[in-house]
Design a protein around this ligand. Structure first.
Ligand code: SDX
Length: 381
């Protein structure tokens, strides 16, 4: 057995505070509440870049010029459609299959033409990733339409990534404000260091498994309510709280049972999540415009109480839920929207891990029984 690196024997539940590798993709300052994509502040990126431009930055490591951006956006558009066998497969799914299960299953099924990653080139892996990024909104929208007994609406190559997703859900060209809001939401959800799903993607790639398997791992990991599934839980929580007057009793009940207020808290941010600050402004503007401010008011009350009682602040998922609700998106779509956005960050991590790979395999501390006397089955009670 290889020499055990005794001096590095760090035993921390959930790897909290453990640096598990290096990355050039994003930097998070959890104390100051700062986030940088490839060295650019999230505020500058969210203010100035589309999802396509942000994806280019994350994947290629630099901001694109006009031609590079145009070619990148066109490349994604060309890859949006689904093969016939995939559309047929979507029609076989049962009505109770939820959107993330459908997305995970279909992405996994698209791997039939993958070359062995040990022989495929960097660009071939990149191309597979871009194809998955392009197809994820189509998969989610098709599944949503079929599940609701509606005909799927093929992608519209005249529309941007965000516009086209909304179009495929409704069949209507979205009004510009809604599309811009969703585009900015995609930008804010695109990347976030070694979060659970991105780290799981890296673990998969570290065994030299393939790109589709990495995305399948990422989607499956993001699905959990402690991670990308939180926004759905936030909306259900807001619906159960109903009005601002109920917030105090709701929080007291949760804290008493050592539960979690969804959309709050973060493993890294010990202050306000910088993305939540931007999403809060978006949620407020939409709530006022739609004359539907109850959820936002509940959010304001929650902020005061959670900060007073636990010094815990909203994360990216809290105000996202209010934004999606104001875009009339059903809560089952919230996690898939997160996955659609994070698909760019995942590709950046996939490529970075392949480029400078070492199998990711931590130690474990064994706490079970030892040296037990073996009893043959004939003698067991
Ligand atoms: C995302 O990692 C990333 O970067 C993720 C993400 C990304 O972009 O990829 O930012 C996206 O996943 C955001 C998080 C979405 N999840 C939720 O909103 C679910 C609710 N949040 C919590 O479950 C929790 O805050 C986590 C999971 C996000 C972080 O949890 P930790 O670091 O494991 O902290 P913990 O659960 O051990 O809690 C530490 C203390 C506890 O106090 P004690 O009981 O020990 O006294 O903080 C309290 C907790 O009770 N606490 C909360 C709380 N979060 C932490 N108490 C109430 N409500 C909460 N939400």
């Amino acid at each position: 057995m290889g020499k055990v690196n005794k001096k590095l024997n760090v035993k921390v539940k959930g790897l909290e505070g453990v640096i598990a590798g290096q990355t050039n993709i994003s930097y998070i300052d959890g104390i100051k509440g700062k986030l940088f994509y490839r060295g650019y502040s999230i505020e500058d990126i969210a203010q100035n870049c589309s999802f396509e431009e942000t994806s280019y930055l994350l994947i290629y490591g630099k901001l694109p010029n006009k031609t590079e951006l145009k070619n990148f956006a066109e490349k994604l558009k060309r890859k949006r459609s689904l093969p016939q066998h995939t559309i047929k497969m979507l029609h076989t799914f049962t009505k109770n299959m939820n959107s993330m299960e459908a997305l995970r299953t279909v992405v996994s099924s698209l791997s039939s033409n993958d070359k062995d990653p040990r022989v495929s080139s960097y660009n071939e892996k990149l191309d597979i990733g871009l194809s998955i990024i392009a197809k994820m909104p189509t998969i989610v929208a098709y599944h949503y339409r079929i599940k609701n007994s509606l005909d799927p609406i093929p992608p519209n190559s005249k529309l941007s990534h965000a516009e086209n997703f909304l179009y495929m859900l409704t069949g209507k060209i979205p009004e510009s404000e809604g599309a811009e809001v969703l585009d900015k939401d995609f930008v804010l959800h695109a990347e976030h260091g070694f979060n659970a799903s991105s780290f799981s993607v890296r673990v998969t790639v570290s065994t030299l498994s393939d790109v589709h398997s990495a995305y399948t791992t990422g989607i499956g990991t993001l699905k959990g309510p402690l991670h990308g599934g939180a926004a759905t839980e936030v909306l259900l929580m807001l619906k159960s709280i109903k009005k601002p007057e109920n917030v105090t009793s709701y929080v007291d009940k949760i804290l008493l049972s050592h539960g979690r207020v969804m959309g709050y808290g973060h493993r890294i941010y010990k202050t306000y999540d910088p993305r939540a600050k931007i999403l809060k402004k978006m949620a407020e503007k939409l709530s006022i415009k739609n004359n539907n401010t109850t959820f936002f008011e509940i959010g304001q009350k929650l902020e005061v109480i959670m900060s007073d009682k636990k010094k815990i602040y909203p994360n990216v998922d809290f105000y996202s839920a209010i934004v999606y609700h104001n875009l009339n998106l059903t809560h089952e779509l919230y996690s898939p929207i997160f996955a659609i956005a994070r698909s760019s960050g995942w590709l950046a991590h996939i490529l970075e891990q392949y480029t400078n790979n070492r199998l990711i395999r931590p130690l474990e501390e064994y706490t079970g029984s030892m040296n037990l006397k073996f009893i043959p089955i004939s003698k067991r009670k």
